[in-house]
Design a protein around this ligand. Structure first.
Ligand code: FAD
Length: 402
C-alpha cells in the first residue's frame, strides 16, 4: 500500500513523522535517513557532547521503541537517490524501490567544506555537521594541541569554547572584518570576542585562509596575510547550504532551498518539504531558517497540511548558543535592521542587544539575560515595539515598556 514517505531522518523528519501519527494518520509511514543512527539532536554536537559531558544515547530524539510502537518504519543508513515523480517511486541506495502516495523532503543542510585544492581533504581537517564528524574530531580535542578554527560563526565559536575548556591552543580566523558578521550586530560580536579573548582564544579577523599544508595530515596553515600557523587540527565552520540535491534532480522549484508555499507544499502537490532544506513565505518575503525550533514547528505544521489541514505555517524564529558560562538566546530575525540598542543586564557580564527597523523591534540577542529574551520574544511575536531609547536605560522596567 502506498503511504507517506519522509526522506531525511533528522529533526524535521522525526517531528513530522511523529506528528502524523499524533494527528491520527494510520496509513503506511516510512522515515528514511542516510546516517547510520536514529534521529538525533545536533546542537549538543558542538557543545556538551564534544566536551564529553553527554552520552550518545541522550542525543537520540526518541528511543528506538517509539518508532516500533508508532508503526513508523525507520530505515537508517540508506539514502534516497532518485524521485520518479510521474510513477511516484523512490530509488534507494540499497537498490530497492519504494512507492509513495505523498512525500516529505526533510533533507537538511550540508556543511561547506574547505576546497581540496587548498588542503581541505588533509587528515585532521573537520566539518561539524554529523555525529560521525564530531566523533572523529573529539579524539583530536586534547590538552596542549593546536587547533585552527576557520570561520567565526556560532558553530566555530562553540567549538572554540570546547577546545579551550579542553586545554587546547585555539586560533579563530574570520575573513570578514568581525566574527559573527553575517548573523549579528557589531555589539554582539564585540561581546563574544571579549568573552573568548578572556579565555585565551587568539582571533585573526579580516584574515582568510590561503591554504593548509602537510603530507597526509595538516601541519600548518598559511593565512591570506602571509602569516604561518603551525597546527595539529582544523575545524571548518564556514557555513552550510540547504541539501536540495534530490529535489533539484526531481525538477522541483528551488529558491534558496526547496521552494514551498505557506503549507509546506512544493510545486508538486504530493511533495512537501520542511526544516533547513526549505524556504517558505515569511512577512511578505521568503526565508530559510537553520534552527531546531523551525525544524520542529515546520515539520509538525507540514504533517497537518499533508493530512489536508489548511493552517499556514507561521514561523516564530528563535535560536540559542552556549559558549563557556554564557547562554545566548536570540528571538526574531534581525534582517534589515537599521538601529541597535544595547541594554546592560542586572548582573555583570549580562547584556541584551535589540535590533530595530525604524520604530519596529525585529530581534533581540540576550546574553545570560533570560528576562530580556522572553520579553523581547513576546513583543516580537505580538508585533509590539518598545521605544528604543527606553530600552537602553538599564533602570527602566522591561515589563512596563511596551
Ligand atoms: P537535519 O537535522 O540536518 O536532518 C536532515 C537529515 O537528512 C540528515 O541526517 C541527512 O543526512 C539526511 N538526508 C539528506 N539527504 C538524504 C537522502 N537523500 N536520503 C536519506 N537521508 C538524507 N540549531 C539551534 O536552533 N540551536 C543550536 O544551538 C544549534 N546548534 C547546532 C550545532 C551544530 C553542530 C549543528 C550541525 C547544527 C546546530 N543547529 C542548532 C542547527 C540545527 O541542528 C538544524 O537547524 C536542524 O538539525 C535542522 O533539522 P533538519 O531536520 O532540517 O535537518
Amino acid at each position: 500500500m502506498r503511504g507517506i514517505v519522509v526522506v531525511g531522518a533528522g529533526q524535521a523528519g522525526a517531528s513530522l513523522g511523529a506528528k502524523l501519527r499524533a494527528l491520527g494518520y494510520d496509513g503506511a509511514l516510512t522515515l528514511i535517513g542516510d546516517e547510520p543512527v536514529p534521529p538525533y539532536q545536533r546542537p549538543p554536537l558542538s557543545k556538551k557532547y564534544l566536551l564529553g559531558e553527554m552520552e550518545v544515547e541522550r542525543l537520540y530524539l526518541r528511543p528506538l521503541s517509539f518508532y516500533t510502537e508508532q508503526d513508523i518504519e525507520l530505515r537508517t543508513g540508506v539514502a534516497v537517490q532518485l524521485v520518479d515523480r510521474a510513477a511516484k517511486i523512490l530509488t534507494l541506495s540499497d537498490e530497492t524501490t519504494l512507492a509513495y502516495a505523498q512525500l516529505a523532503l526533510t533533507t537538511g543542510s550540508r556543511p561547506r567544506l574547505l576546497p581540496e585544492a587548498i588542503g581541505g581533504s588533509l587528515g585532521g581537517v573537520y566539518a561539524v555537521r554529523t555525529l560521525a564528524d564530531v566523533d572523529a574530531m573529539a579524539m583530536e580535542f586534547r590538552a596542549g594541541r593546536r587547533l585552527l578554527i576557520v570561520g567565526g560563526g556560532y558553530i566555530g565559536l562553540e567549538a572554540a569554547a570546547v577546545a579551550r575548556l579542553r586545554g587546547m591552543h585555539v586560533t579563530v580566523i574570520e575573513m570578514a572584518d568581525r566574527i559573527l558578521q553575517r548573523v549579528a550586530a557589531a555589539e554582539t560580536s564585540a561581546y563574544f570576542r571579549a568573552l573568548h579573548a578572556s579565555h585565551g582564544v587568539d582571533f585573526r579577523e579580516s584574515t582568510g585562509l590561503a591554504r593548509l599544508e602537510g603530507t597526509q595530515r595538516v601541519e600548518r596553515a598559511i593565512l591570506a596575510d602571509g602569516s604561518v600557523l603551525e597546527v595539529d587540527c582544523v575545524v571548518a565552520g564556514v557555513g552550510i547550504t540547504p541539501d536540495t540535491r534530490l529535489a533539484e534532480a526531481a525538477g522541483l522549484a528551488i529558491e534558496n532551498g526547496i521552494r514551498v508555499d505557506e503549507l509546506g507544499r512544493t510545486n508538486d502537490p504530493d511533495i512537501f518539504a520542511a526544516g533547513d532544506c526549505s524556504s517558505f513565505p515569511y512577512r511578505g518575503g521568503r526565508v530559510r531558517l537553520e534552527s531546531v525550533p523551525n525544524a520542529i514547528d515546520m515539520g509538525e505544521a507540514v504533517a497537518g497540511a499533508m493530512l489536508g489541514g489548511t493552517e499556514p505555517y507561521t514561523a516564530r524564529p528563535w535560536f540559542w548558543s552556549d559558549q563557556y558560562e554564557v547562554k545566548l538566546q536570540i528571538a526574531g530575525l534581525n534582517t534589515g535592521y537599521d538601529r541597535v540598542v544595547v541594554r546592560p543586564g542586572i548582573k555583570e557580564g549580562t547584556q541584551s542587544v535589540w535590533y530595530f527597523l525604524g520604530p519596529e523591534l525585529l530581534a533581540v540577542d540576550a546574553m545570560n539575560d533570560p528576562r530580556a529574551y522572553m520579553t523581547g520574544k513576546r513583543w516580537i511575536e505580538a508585533g509590539v515595539s518598545p521605544v528604543a531609547k527606553a530600552i537602553a536605560d538599564p533602570a527602566s522596567d522591561l515589563k512596563t515598556l511596551a
